[in-house]
Unconditional design. Structure first.
Length: 134
């Protein structure tokens, strides 16, 4: 009986699937293991929060949190580009700091944006998103 158990174990080891390094690497790259910090206008943050609540009230759960919306906006900016000539010039206002978990690729894109315009680009993109233009 011991021989049967050992032979069955050896057969199961022979049939074990080989590790696909390409897919494993791709899965690691798609994990949200990087963090970016965003500062946006508090009024705009509240508008985005209310927009998300309205989506949930009509049973639209495309985005479960504000972080999901912000990740989506970053991807849309990266894929479609964004014009910086229509940036909002605002006065001194209150800001809300948000920490968002993103993929490594998204973080590299975000860091590649002009440092002084990141907040304004994100605020303009949030406005476009709430008007269903993004």
């Amino acid at each position: 009986k011991l021989v049967e158990i050992l032979s069955a174990k050896n057969k199961s080891l022979e049939k074990s699937p080989k590790i696909d390094l390409f897919n494993n690497t791709e899965n690691i790259n798609n994990k949200k293991n990087c963090i970016i910090s965003l500062r946006i206008n508090t009024l705009l943050y509240d508008t985005l929060h209310n927009y998300l609540l309205a989506m949930h009230n009509v049973s639209d759960y495309t985005f479960s949190s504000i972080s999901d919306v912000l990740r989506y906006i970053i991807v849309q900016i990266e894929e479609n580009g964004f014009s910086t000539d229509q940036i909002i010039n605002d006065k001194e206002t209150d800001y809300t700091e948000i920490i968002v978990r993103v993929t490594h690729k998204q973080k590299q894109f975000w860091q590649g944006l002009p440092n002084r315009n990141r907040r304004k680009i994100m605020e303009k993109a949030i406005l476009a998103f709430t008007k269903n233009k993004l």
